[in-house]
Design a protein around this ligand. Structure first.
Ligand code: PEP
Length: 251
């Protein structure tokens, strides 16, 4: 019912040469994969060249962030319209590294969300609790509030392409993964919150990705969970063979 989506977040890695080498190798490895949507999110500066390399294939390219104004005196920022014009199809919004290091808030997530939808970029809105939140029993409160505030004002008519990524902050880049049961529990909760906001049909169709140290050796058990519809993969998406293994999950 929900087509899985597996997205690679390259963070701030790779040179232009390395992007070209990756694309040649990776595309030939995954050309036969049809039952999963494949997305690569490189640094902004490589979006155009990677999108060109992927043209004519099923591999899609997205951005790791997006600014909310279309244009203007905002030195250093990149608009959703600009990203769309160079071949981006998705935008990651509110990644925990942006929340942690660049003061991203649910309010700015909300602005980036509307800008993405307006430019026809599919938004991947990231939510997740810190270790402290989890240990003090606040996981559901935090996730619920990030979703309600991040999606504030969004109508059901605009929510149908939205993707949510659940990324427990304590599991990103740490080698610690939530157990499949822990992830499933939060994904099911997210679907309940989405049902409350937009109704059952949209909630049942919405893809909810898991992110946090996803690798070849844990993807199968994660994807076997009812409410896990894909993954947002950081480190393991930088290597073509290891990302291919994740894309060929069994579950
Ligand atoms: C991420 O960048 O969203 C991520 C989950 O990173 P990693 O897979 O390296 O934990």
């Amino acid at each position: 019912m929900r087509k899985p989506l597996i997205a690679g977040n390259w963070k701030m890695f790779k040179s232009l040469d390395q992007v070209g080498t990756f694309a040649d190798d990776f595309i030939s490895r995954v050309l036969d994969i049809e039952n999963t949507d494949i997305l690569l999110c490189p640094p902004y500066v490589y979006v155009q060249s990677l999108a060109q390399a992927c043209e004519g294939t099923q591999v899609m390219v997205g951005a790791q962030n997006v600014f909310w104004e279309d244009e203007g005196a905002y030195t250093g920022e990149i608009s959703a319209l600009m990203l769309k014009s160079i071949g981006a199809e998705y935008s990651i919004i509110g990644h925990s590294e942006r929340r942690q290091f660049f003061h991203e808030t649910d309010e700015t997530v909300n602005k980036r969300l509307f800008a993405s939808i307006k430019a026809d970029l599919v938004p991947i809105v990231c939510v997740g609790e810190t270790l402290n939140d989890r240990e003090s029993g606040k996981t559901f409160d935090i996730i619920g509030s990030q979703i309600r505030q991040g999606l504030e004002g969004l109508g059901s008519d605009m929510a149908d392409t939205l993707v949510i990524a659940y990324e427990p902050v304590w599991a990103i880049g740490t080698g610690k993964t939530a157990t499949p049961q822990m992830a499933q529990e939060v994904h099911a909760y997210i679907r309940t919150v989405i049902t409350g906001l937009f109704g059952k049909e949209i909630a049942q169709n919405m893809r909810i990705l898991y992110g946090g140290s996803v690798k070849g050796d844990n993807i199968d058990s994660l994807m076997a969970q009812d409410d896990i519809d894909g993954a947002l993969v950081g480190g393991a998406s930088l290597d073509a063979a290891s990302f291919e293994r994740i894309l060929r999950f069994k579950g």
